[in-house]
Design a protein around this ligand. Structure first.
Ligand code: SF4
Length: 210
């Protein structure tokens, strides 16, 4: 990665640390800009920091984060090889749903991180992150486990949120099964890279990859 891209990503983190673009700055303990490898092939995106994340400034550091770590380990990945972030960088009080104005104010940070990291695959964790990153795609119960190449040229995989799976044995099995598809999806993306080289970027249709 060029020093310029790296310094731009660090500058975003600094900007988030001082951000007052929505009222969530008043109640946060720490901002949670995201963490991991700036050159990651896979980027995981959840909805918003919870209590532990707010206390530590690290995404997915509670019980659901532990489960995420286990799943990463099961496909021979780890936190330092992926990038983990949220659609919101500050915790909504009492974990309430984010307001539209908060999502709108915060989204440019995530969009810029995605642009600079340029991951091969974006994995959305839970229904809120999925609807935010893939508007119009439909509910997570219909779309989980499917890798979709979207009209913006990026490939997304929707997964159930690890926290939901912790309390529901059936969902846990489904999440583990969906998660295990990640290496196969990355492999397929490598194979189709050359085929997509000459395509018209303004005319990409949604495609199901896996
Ligand atoms: S949630 Fe985002 S926009 Fe709102 S204060 Fe935090 S960093 Fe800024």
């Amino acid at each position: 990665m060029s020093d310029d891209r790296k310094s731009q990503l660090c500058a975003i983190e600094d900007e988030i640390g001082n951000c007052k673009k929505c009222d969530l700055y008043k109640t946060r303990t720490n901002t949670v800009p995201g963490s991991g490898d700036f050159e990651a092939e896979v980027m995981f995106i959840g909805e918003a920091p919870g209590q532990k994340e707010d206390e530590q400034g690290i995404p997915f550091c509670g019980a659901s984060g532990k489960f995420l770590d286990e799943m990463l380990d099961s496909i021979e990945l780890s936190r330092d090889k992926v990038f983990i972030a949220n659609t919101l960088k500050c915790r909504p009080p009492n974990n309430r749903d984010p307001e539209d104005s908060e999502k709108e104010a915060c989204r440019p940070y995530l969009d810029k991180q995605i642009e600079l990291i340029n991951p091969k695959l974006i994995v959305t964790l839970g229904k809120h992150a999925t609807s935010s990153m893939m508007p119009g795609v439909g509910g997570i119960s219909k779309n989980h486990g499917k890798a979709l190449r979207r009209p913006n040229g990026r490939t997304y995989l929707a997964l159930y949120h690890p926290a939901a799976a912790l309390h529901n044995g059936g969902l846990r099995e489904t999440l583990l099964e969906d998660f295990s598809k990640i290496p196969k999806i990355l492999d397929k993306l490598d194979k189709t890279k050359n085929e997509n080289k000459n395509e018209d970027k303004n005319n990409i249709k949604q495609q199901k990859l896996v």
